[in-house]
Design a protein around this ligand. Structure first.
Ligand code: ATP
Ligand code: NCN
Length: 200
């Protein structure tokens, strides 16, 4: 059975940290492909995404175009509402019966896994691949054993890049070159995303 990595995120915007995490997970866990799934409405974030789901999808599409093992799916954008991973994974299992799925997450999401919707049932459907983010060290020891058993941590050079930082930099008129792929930077410039407005 071929194993697919799910790289879910808000991608507001997608950045080099997401891409390197997906590639390290693919290589170290023998994933056939990684499917990037932009959320319509992220379940645990306090604020709504800064740009439309069409633009977040468009930026991911631009980012993954150069990697044959990467794809982007609009499954959560089409479903609408709060993008619970349990719903997404259940739908993927129905649509792709010959595949198994591993959910790729950074350390901030490892640490809040217990708060995810229907987490016990989700953990029966997927395994988790975790990667360190410098801003928030992973604390897998704090997880209940049913999650610890399902989690594999993979190595990655820590990348201190976040979408929040990129949004702030763009609004302030600072460079984000090399923090996002050139294709994503071109997309951002083409649509004037994250620019400060006169009434801000
Ligand atoms: N630099 C990074 N290194 C490893 N994993 C990351 C990195 N940035 C994001 N991730 C992981 O990618 C997934 C999607 O992240 P998300 O789209 O929320 O980006 P973000 O940079 O955390 O955004 P924001 O700053 O807006 O909260 C999450 O599992 C997150 O932990
Ligand atoms: O299903 C949940 O309850 C849940 C709670 C938090 C995060 N997630 C998923 O984890 C992925 C990363 O989330 P985020 O908020 O960092 O963009 C994304 O696919 C979210 O849908 C899922």
């Amino acid at each position: 059975m071929s194993k697919i990595g799910i790289m879910g995120g808000t991608f507001d915007p997608v950045h080099t940290g997401h891409l390197l995490a997906a590639e390290k997970a693919r290589e170290q866990c023998g994933l056939q492909e990684v499917w990037f799934i932009p959320s319509y409405m992220p379940p645990l974030k306090a604020n709504e995404p800064g740009v439309s789901s069409e633009h977040r999808y468009g930026m991911v599409e631009a980012a993954v175009a150069t990697n044959d093992a990467f794809r982007v799916l609009d499954i959560e954008l089409k479903r609408g509402g709060i993008s619970y991973s349990y719903d997404t994974v259940s739908e993927l299992i129905k649509r792709y019966p010959g595949r198994s799925f591993a959910y790729i997450i950074g350390s901030d999401r490892i640490n809040d896994l217990c708060k995810w919707h229907r987490i016990e049932e989700l953990a029966e459907l997927v395994t988790f691949i975790g990667l360190e983010r410098p801003a928030e060290p992973a604390q897998p020891g704090q997880l209940p054993s049913f999650l610890k058993q399902r989690l594999t941590i993979v190595e990655m050079p820590p990348i201190g890049i976040s979408s929040t930082d990129i949004r702030n930099r763009l609004t302030a008129g600072h460079s984000v070159q090399y923090m996002v792929p050139d294709t994503v930077l071109e997309y951002i410039r083409r649509y004037g995303l994250y620019e400060s407005r006169a009434d801000d």
